[in-house]
Design a protein around this ligand. Structure first.
Ligand code: 3PG
Ligand code: MG
Length: 343
């Protein structure tokens, strides 16, 4: 987009403003902050209008239209970038034509716009109307964030310094297992925590060895105030849930992480949003921060954990992409990137 002439133009920008929410507020604004340089550049180059669009969450029901309204994101963006030329559209996923990449929805998004800037690296693995559809209708450019993400993550694709330790956790287990299957072979050691560890233990679809938790913080219910106890992984009481990795696993993971020369971490080790289940994720964040080597952390939740522990400046790159960064590392072409001629 450095060469795009936007003066006097209406510019459609796809950002990834899919931020974690809590009680109707933006719980972490990393992705909003990360989208600012591109928006500022377009504004400084005298664009007439900057129409920003993004999805937020995975809305399914009517109630989700309230839960995943763009309003809190819009408000935060306005605070950070008070400029009347910026218009934030409603959650693109409120329209089912978004995920179907329906051309009629892409046409609506592109209406009256002169060009398109895709800065949503975090959504580049989705071939949706707002990421791919519009790129086929308007002259399309890569935003500054998207460009930088490709550069920083790209460093993990070539020859890396070893050992290369990959750490994976988080909630979108189904999405990630397939990716891990293709990706794991690149790493010397793969550490798995969180819900994903349970899945892998039950029916391991992976063809390489992984390091799983030895112990967990068990909770009597899925509740911030539930009764808890630390138990060996195999001894999780019937009906209880493992909501964090236990202290022995934290030490084990930290030792392995400290040995690394290259690290990629995606996904928390437990329900870190609740303080009593945050220690495992924090221990991983600290260990990654101490590594003397190239360290990349990806995904909205891991980024949030890193910021809450005040460790973001201890790693080389905090990627705004979770699934997108994993798919990129897998060696896949991301549809959102492929749709931009120069990217
Ligand atoms: C993310 O949070 O990984 C991106 O915003 C994509 O969200 P999605 O997995 O719901 O497509
Ligand atoms: Mg996410």
């Amino acid at each position: 987009m450095r060469d795009a002439d936007v003066a006097g133009k209406h510019v459609l920008v796809r950002s990834d403003l899919n931020v974690p929410l809590e009680d109707g507020r933006v719980a972490d604004d990393t992705r909003i902050e990360a989208s600012l340089p591109t928006l500022r550049l377009v504004l400084n180059r005298a664009a007439t209008e900057v129409r920003v669009c993004s999805h937020l969450g995975r809305p399914k029901s009517e109630e989700d239209r309230v839960k995943y309204s763009m309003e809190p994101v819009r408000a935060r963006l306005r605070e950070l970038l008070p400029d009347e030329r910026v218009v934030v559209l409603e959650n693109t996923r409120f329209d089912p034509r978004e995920t179907a990449n329906d051309p009629s929805f892409a046409r609506e998004l592109a209406e009256e716009c002169d060009l398109f800037v895709n800065d949503a690296f975090g959504s580049a693995h989705r071939a949706h109307a707002s990421t791919v559809g519009v790129a086929q209708l308007l002259p399309a450019y890569a935003g500054l964030l998207l460009e930088r993400e490709l550069e920083m993550l790209g460093r993990l694709l070539g020859e890396v310094e070893r050992p290369f330790v990959l750490i994976s956790g988080g909630a979108k287990v189904e999405d990630k297992l397939g990716v891990l299957r293709n990706l794991g072979g690149r790493a010397d050691e793969v550490l798995i925590g969180g819900k994903m560890a349970e899945e892998v233990r039950e029916s391991n679809p992976l063809e390489f060895e992984v390091v799983l938790p030895k112990d967990v913080v068990a909770a009597s219910a899925f509740d911030a105030d539930a009764e808890t106890k630390v138990v060996p992984y195999e001894e999780l009481p019937e009906g209880w849930l493992g909501l964090d990795i236990g202290p022995e696993t934290q030490r084990d993971f930290a030792v392995r992480i400290h040995r690394a020369k290259t690290v990629f971490w995606n996904g928390p080790m437990g329900v870190f949003e609740w303080p009593r289940f945050a220690a495992g994720t924090r221990a991983v964040a600290e260990a990654v921060g101490e590594v003397d080597g190239y360290t990349v952390v990806g995904g909205a939740d891991s980024a949030r954990a890193l910021h809450e522990a005040d460790l973001a400046d201890k790693v080389d790159w905090v990627s705004t992409g979770g699934g997108a960064s994993l798919e990129l590392l897998e060696g896949k072409e991301l549809p959102g990137v492929a749709a931009i001629p120069e990217a």
